[in-house]
Design a protein around this ligand. Structure first.
Ligand SMILES: Nc1nc(=O)c2ncn([C@@H]3O[C@@H]4COP(=O)(O)O[C@H]5[C@@H](O)[C@H](n6cnc7c(N)ncnc76)O[C@@H]5COP(=O)(O)O[C@@H]3[C@@H]4O)c2[nH]1
Lengths: 186, 186
């Protein structure tokens, strides 16, 4: 079950390493961006992880929805990993505009392992096709949810956002989905 | 089968992205390190990927064998991936000394997904234990070998080095294993 292993890999090789220092990174970021005062108001200090059911992932969020703009990257985090000296882990900060034109900053990215699920479903030799892919995305989501709920290093530092692709024709589908989740944390 | 998905993920989400520009990175590296003349002689211009059967991975190769020294990192490669702007991919160059005291430079690292296999075998809720782990490492190695042999982007740009941990007591086991593989390319 590919999704099971990818969820564990995402947790063990990434979330468990980066979430404990996310708060500090955001604070360092706010100190160097004091003029524009990001992360005030409804902005979230958790890592928002987007999980689209169709595993259709963009490399730039602003390509999905013009109410989303790339703001800047958080400071780099360097960790020695498996022979790579100072491997870089970083997150991007986006500014998301609501219907009143107000901007909210958040640290958001897609769950990268979904790119693997998508590509595997396109490679005949990889062993599964498009019909199984949706199943695998759901299994990934549920496995990850389960792992993260029991993780001390990750607790309260993330938000998993499952995106139902049925509303894809709405040009502001993504910003609205993100804003709904930001609101829920008040 | 966790190892199957991890091998595909390692190819689709990493090797397929970085191997095509490895040669250029090494050339840029040699241009900025001209005084010490690295990669002459027996040094390899392929990515050496270490696959230890026991999945026991160090974060710094020099901790494993004092005949190995960290030389420097190749230039960073920045790619926009799944919402992370300019995600950094880099490799470390090591200097490996042979029995005659001669140094050979190479780009080498452990296969990162083995860290996931190792950690999963330690987590009771992940679904497999130490006895299955060796099987999974072999499956990972064979699947990866199969994928890479059929890959146009990766052909001739890598070398998979399966490390049998039976010789772990030899303090120069790792440098000798690497040098054997460098020799094979003449
Ligand atoms: N040596 C090495 N250097 C790299 O830069 C690198 N980047 C990825 N990988 C390995 O390739 C495979 C595919 O990567 P993917 O990005 O889909 O999944 C990644 C990704 O979803 C997430 N992750 C890891 N590092 C980052 C990162 N810097 N930024 C965002 N996400 C990351 O966590 C998963 C597991 O990571 P690793 O367990 O380090 O091994 C990966 C994986 O086996 C790398 N391996």
């Amino acid at each position: 079950n590919v999704a099971h292993g990818l969820a564990w890999s995402f947790y063990l090789g990434y979330l468990r390493l980066v979430l404990p220092c996310l708060q500090d990174s955001i604070e360092a970021f706010c100190a160097t961006h004091w003029a524009s005062r990001p992360f005030r108001g409804r902005g979230s200090r958790k890592l928002l992880i987007l999980v689209p059911l169709n595993a259709n992932i963009s490399h730039k969020l602003e390509d999905e929805d013009h109410n989303i703009r790339f703001y800047d990257n958080l400071p780099n985090n360097e960790i020695n990993r498996a022979g790579v000296r100072g491997r870089v882990y970083k997150h991007s900060v986006y500014s998301v505009m609501d219907e009143n034109g107000k901007a909210h900053e958040c640290v958001v990215e897609y769950a990268t392992p979904l790119l693997t699920l998508y590509s595997m479903s396109q490679e005949s030799s990889a062993g599964f096709g498009e019909p199984e892919r949706r199943q695998q995305v759901l299994l990934f989501y549920r496995t990850l949810q389960e792992i993260l709920e029991h993780s001390l290093e990750c607790r309260n530092r993330y938000k998993l956002i499952l995106l139902n692709d049925k509303h894809d024709e709405d040009p502001h589908f993504l910003s609205k989905a993100i804003l709904r989740h930001l609101e829920q944390q008040q």
